[in-house]
Design a binder for this molecule. Structure first.
Ligand code: HOZ
Length: 431
């Protein structure tokens, strides 16, 4: 008798391409079929078959306070009483804008939208309109959602499933996207020299989370900032994943860099669909209705998403009665898992790299230090698949791809992280 997840997946495959509404949810690169989730609480997912799994995907980033947090739930319930969508401005949008601007000093004005894809797509159009230039620079392995200009050498599901350059993107669009290796300052300088006065923007995940988790070399991001300023090019930080997650003010706070525009999403929706982009007021004022760059959305600033996001952001404020901040808590958890994995690999004589900052990290089964897409691809993806299934069998759910970041939440503190360390250790031992 097939399990509930198997029955659901069989029905889904009849009507939904691949049985999933986002390819990253498919298990094709690790093998097997995805489970269906019935409910989620704290650090735990409960599957349609009643299994409880410790979750290191955290709905791909938003669940920084764990699943179904009571304050976020209460905020949504309160907003629901007032209505689900108005088609007019609403008070939550103003509070959300004030909160975002207070956390991110580089953001003077912000526009809400409904997904990270919309945020990056709109930020690029804005940068092109502002500079009156067409070309953009992106980095191999960075994933900025699925708009045409950005599905070139893309990470995440595009890379996992073997289509980093998606079919359906006109060659003429792709030609406007210059792709460079991350962490290579000389390649950036050469691209500017080869395209004088033509680059509208440089967009990057300042710490990459979509080809696994990768950190910049010392001074690299500062070089990117200097070079873009020198060439009159708009610097866009895609902090959809890292914003509010690695620090209240994202990577730009950790690295002390002021980008011109920032893209946000995930945490600012508290688990509901959301995106945002913001930055310098002189650039943002190019947007309609003030300026000539058009951007819009029926559900932009949706009251339920705003209420959930506001509650989520407020929970990130450090309560002075607590001795450590949520970020210190999550960094300690991340380090604990990193140490356990490295110790297990060392005992087995197995090469392993674990880049980690706070609540984001990845396990790369390779002896090569990982600092760009090419080195990430030296990781043994088949071995990761076996590791993934060993962990899943023991009750720990990891990203179903060797090329995704893991996420943890404040709810992983205590038994969840202890159990996860044991499971990861024995899974590595069993490989
Ligand atoms: N950035 C997310 C994973 N890398 C996207 C999630 C999705 O594509 O569904």
């Amino acid at each position: 008798m097939p399990s509930s997840s198997e029955q659901l997946f069989a029905r889904a495959q009849q009507l939904i391409p691949g049985g999933v509404n986002s390819p990253v949810q498919a298990f094709r690169s690790v093998g097997g079929a995805p489970f269906f989730t019935r409910s989620a609480q704290g650090a735990t997912l409960t599957t349609a078959d009643g299994r409880e799994l410790i979750d290191f995907v955290c709905t791909w980033g938003p669940a920084i306070h764990g699943h179904n947090h009571p304050r976020i739930k209460a905020a949504i319930a309160d907003a629901l009483e007032r209505g689900t969508s108005f088609g007019t401005p609403n008070p939550y949008e103003v509070e959300m804008a004030e909160l975002i601007v207070s956390f991110f000093p580089s953001i003077q004005k912000v526009r809400m939208c409904s997904s990270g894809t919309e945020a990056t797509m709109s930020a690029i159009r804005l940068a092109r309109g502002f500079t009156k230039r067409d070309k953009i620079i992106k980095f191999a392995g960075c994933y900025h959602g699925h708009s045409d200009s950005l599905l070139v050498a893309a990470g995440s599901g595009a890379l996992t499933h073997g289509n980093p350059d998606s079919a359906g993107v006109p060659a003429s669009f792709a030609r406007e996207t210059v792709v460079l290796p991350y962490n290579d300052a000389a390649a950036l300088d050469a691209a500017f020299a080869a395209n004088p006065g033509q680059i509208a923007c440089v967009i990057l995940e300042p710490y990459i989370g979509n080809v696994g988790f990768i950190k910049p070399d010392a001074g690299y991001l500062q070089h990117v900032r200097k070079a873009t300023a020198a060439h009159g090019t708009v610097l866009i930080f895609d902090e959809v994943m890292t914003g509010f997650r690695l620090a209240r003010g994202g990577v730009q706070e950790l690295e002390k860099i002021t980008p011109d525009l920032t893209c946000l999403g995930k945490i600012i929706g508290g688990g509901l669909p959301v995106g945002a982009f913001g930055g310098r007021a002189d650039i943002m004022d190019y947007l309609a209705p003030l300026g000539p760059v058009y951007q819009a959305g029926t559900l932009s600033g949706n009251p339920l998403a705003m209420a959930a996001g506001i509650a989520s952001l407020k929970l990130l404020n450090h309560n002075p009665r607590e001795t450590i901040s949520p970020y210190e808590t999550m960094d300690a958890l991340g380090r604990q898992i990193r140490s356990a994995a490295l110790a297990a690999a060392k005992a087995k004589g197995m090469p392993l790299q674990v880049p980690q900052v706070g609540s984001m990290f990845s396990l790369f089964f390779t002896a090569t230090p990982v600092r760009d897409m090419a080195s990430a691809l030296t990781s043994d993806a088949k071995l990761y698949g076996r590791f993934f299934h060993a962990c899943l069998a023991a009750g720990v759910y990891l990203p179903p791809s060797a090329y995704e970041s893991w996420f943890l939440s404040t709810a992983h503190e205590g038994p969840a992280v202890e159990v996860a360390c044991e499971v990861i250790t024995s899974a590595i031992k069993s490989l």
